[in-house]
Design a protein around this ligand. Structure first.
Ligand code: CUA
Length: 329
């Protein structure tokens, strides 16, 4: 490689390394927002320091060995055996034991009690159903939680095995089809924390993302009461009745429920609060009229293999549908 090529290669590598450091919301083990994630992060740094030191020593020894090639003095028989025993078995054994003890003693177990909020999260290929059984709220691909307190998650899957992971808040937990895994998360400060399915679950596994939105206790209470109020109010107006007829006629109602209406199917995400949704397609795009239009017109082009079929619509129907869905807060 010539000098300009080397410079380009270094610039590209640096950019790749640093691209995980910026952005509006991190998805990173190294930016913990809870005590549990903090412990995981400390463990990570400790392992990096130990393994990095070992790496440097091994490479230094290798360089010395290469340099000495050919001018080696004859050694007493068995002289190497001691070095191999200590350097190759005893020292690595001690290091691995220390790492094992630290990993086991890391305090990443979080639990709460009956007073804490319970949220059911159900993994689907490839989106997240989010239910608040005691608040009677159903949303998708985002989880609102109050800040500073443990939240109980009941995790399961509707199809294959998925894995729930919000690196800034906690470690991973599997989501299984036949079994509920209880898991607790907590966020120390308000913010948006990106989560990601961490178990390969099919073609769109990479686009099975979600967001945890941590709100102050007051804001969270307000969010809950608003959602409950809106779910009742927004189906009452005459204008929405017409939009809803279009929604049912073109077939959306066969898969997507809207609370308080004749749409009750639960194959796809519940759309009762669709207008307040932050993303479309489980983290694929920001939710706005333009992306929603693109999604309705060509869901298979945007996220191939998902269950959403191509729908034949007139321009008027499309406009009506987009306006209706974005109005559902
Ligand atoms: Cu769900 Cu990977």
């Amino acid at each position: 490689m010539k000098a300009p090529q080397i410079r380009t290669a270094i610039a590209l590598m640096t950019a790749t390394l640093l691209c995980g450091c910026g952005g509006e919301h991190f998805q990173s083990v190294l930016h913990p927002a809870s005590p549990e994630a903090g412990e995981i992060s400390r463990l990570w740094w400790f392992m990096l320091a130990v393994c990095g030191t070992v790496f440097v020593i091994v490479i230094a020894l290798l360089i010395v060995a290469i340099g000495r090639r050919g001018n080696r003095k004859p050694q007493a028989p068995g002289g190497d055996a001691k070095f191999v025993l200590i350097g190759g078995m005893l020292i690595p054994g001690i290091i691995l034991f220390v790492l094992l003890i630290y990993s086991i003693s890391a305090k990443v177990v979080l639990t709460g009690d009956e007073r804490n909020l319970t949220i059911q999260v159900i993994g689907h290929q490839w989106w997240w159903e989010v239910r608040y059984p005691n608040q009677d709220i159903v949303i998708a691909n985002e989880i609102y939680i109050p800040v500073g307190e443990p939240v109980r998650l009941q995790l399961k899957s509707a199809d294959v095995i998925h894995s729930f992971w919000v690196p800034n808040l906690h470690g991973k937990m599997d989501m299984l089809p036949e079994h509920i895994n209880t898991f607790w998360i907590r966020a120390d400060k308000p913010g948006v924390y990106r989560g990601q399915c961490a178990e390969f679950c099919g073609a769109q596994h990479a686009w099975m993302a979600f967001e945890v939105v941590a709100l102050s206790t007051n804001d969270f209470q307000q969010w809950v009461s608003e959602r409950r109020k809106l779910a009742v109010e927004q189906v009452a107006s005459a204008e929405r009745k017409f939009s809803h007829e279009v929604y049912m006629r073109v077939g959306c109602g066969q898969c997507h429920a809207i609370k308080g209406t004749s749409a009750v199917a639960q194959i796809g995400p519940d759309l009762t609060h669709f207008g307040s949704r932050r993303t479309i397609g489980a983290g694929l795009m920001t939710n706005n009229t333009e992306t929603l239009t693109r999604w309705i017109l060509a869901p298979q082009k945007m996220k191939p293999g998902n269950l959403m079929p191509h729908t034949k619509l007139t321009d008027e129907e499309l406009q009506e549908l987009v306006a209706y869905l974005t109005s559902l807060k």
